[in-house]
Design a protein around this ligand. Structure first.
Ligand SMILES: *[C@@H]1O[C@H](CO)[C@@H](O)[C@H](O)[C@H]1NC(C)=O
Length: 322
């Protein structure tokens, strides 16, 4: 923060000098004609002072805004395991305590870049693109759910497996695709179990678990509006732990599109990085949103877990195409 302040301080100084130089130059050329008038009312000085004040107000506003945006995980860093604790919301605590072995030691968030390999992330990016090629939302956000088969298509959804079969293209997804998908899902489950201190077999994959593709295109339906602050558990009551696997890089493949945890004191951003896993408890302790994507295309996989066996779903397999 101190660095930001210093930076904008320098900017102010530069502008200040420029304005002063301009003043000097102008007053040099006009000296003879305007001498009388300008000695009475120094308009130029008043104007430049005014502009300077505006600039300073803007600079102060800018730095104070930045103060409350903390980079929790920068795209540039390869993080082993970074985590933060937040106190569990009462509603989350009440719900999760129905499953006593599934109660987290602490609620919170984690980010790790060492669980999923770059090869696995690249493989899953290809899988998502293969599936999404059969559909696509008319707005900026498309999803592909390999469990339910849901694929965005114009303003609604179709079944990707039906579409592939109708196309006579049974070889779109390979056994290897499903194997990588399951392995990665399992690794994410392990890191959640490790970080929150719960037995791995008390967590169940749940619906919806899906790939997302976000472009800067304007929203056409509410499904395209990913940028609203929300709590996962309020949207999907069965959720207990939410995770994301990023498949593309913030600042390289797209701009905008940072993930932001919202809180009263300080917002925390997770900058997407291919292969990065971010996971958090799904209750009101973790309200969040995704910034609008301003250029490029952002790919991610949302993997959701519940403690309630009733809502468990299985990994997808080649059988979906039979
Ligand atoms: C966090 O972000 C939200 C949404 O952009 C904003 O309304 C809020 O003021 C931010 N909080 C802080 C502390 O900066």
């Amino acid at each position: 923060m101190a660095v930001n302040q210093r930076k904008s301080g320098n900017k102010k100084k530069n502008v200040d000098e420029k304005e002063l130089n301009k003043d000097k130059k102008n007053s040099g050329t006009n000296e003879k004609n305007d001498e009388n008038i300008s000695s009475k009312i120094p308009w130029r000085k008043i104007f430049s002072r005014f502009m300077l004040s505006l600039l300073m107000i803007f600079a102060v506003y800018w730095t104070s805004k930045k103060e409350n945006l903390h980079v929790f995980a920068s795209q540039k860093d390869r993080l082993q395991l970074t985590s933060a604790e937040v106190s569990c919301s009462p509603a989350y605590k009440k719900d999760v305590s129905k499953f006593k072995d599934c109660v987290p030691k602490h609620c919170g968030r984690l980010v790790t870049d060492i669980v999923v390999t770059p090869e696995e992330a690249a493989h899953l990016l290809r899988v998502s693109k293969k599936g999404l090629a059969f559909g696509g939302s008319s707005g900026g956000a498309s999803i592909l759910d390999l469990h339910a088969g849901a694929l965005s298509y114009d303003n609604s959804f179709i079944n990707v497996y039906e579409k592939i079969k109708a196309h006579g293209a049974n070889k779109v997804f390979t056994p290897d695709d499903f194997k990588v998908y399951s392995n990665v899902r399992n690794k994410i489950q392990q890191i959640i179990s490790f970080n929150f201190g719960i037995p791995i077999n008390k967590l169940y994959l749940t619906h919806p678990t899906f790939f997302s593709e976000i472009t800067p295109r304007a929203a056409k339906t509410k499904h395209d509006e990913y940028w609203h602050i929300h709590v996962d558990k309020e949207t999907y009551p069965s959720f207990h732990y939410t995770s994301l696997l990023y498949l593309s890089d913030y600042g390289i493949d797209f701009t905008g599109g940072r993930f932001i945890f919202v809180s009263d004191g300080k917002n925390m951003t997770v900058e997407p990085r291919a292969g990065r896993v971010s996971a958090f408890t799904s209750g009101a302790e973790n309200p969040h949103y995704v910034e609008r994507v301003s250029s490029g295309t952002r790919y991610a996989l949302t993997v959701s877990f519940t403690c309630d066996k009733k809502f468990a779903i299985a990994d997808p397999t080649m059988q979906k195409l039979e």
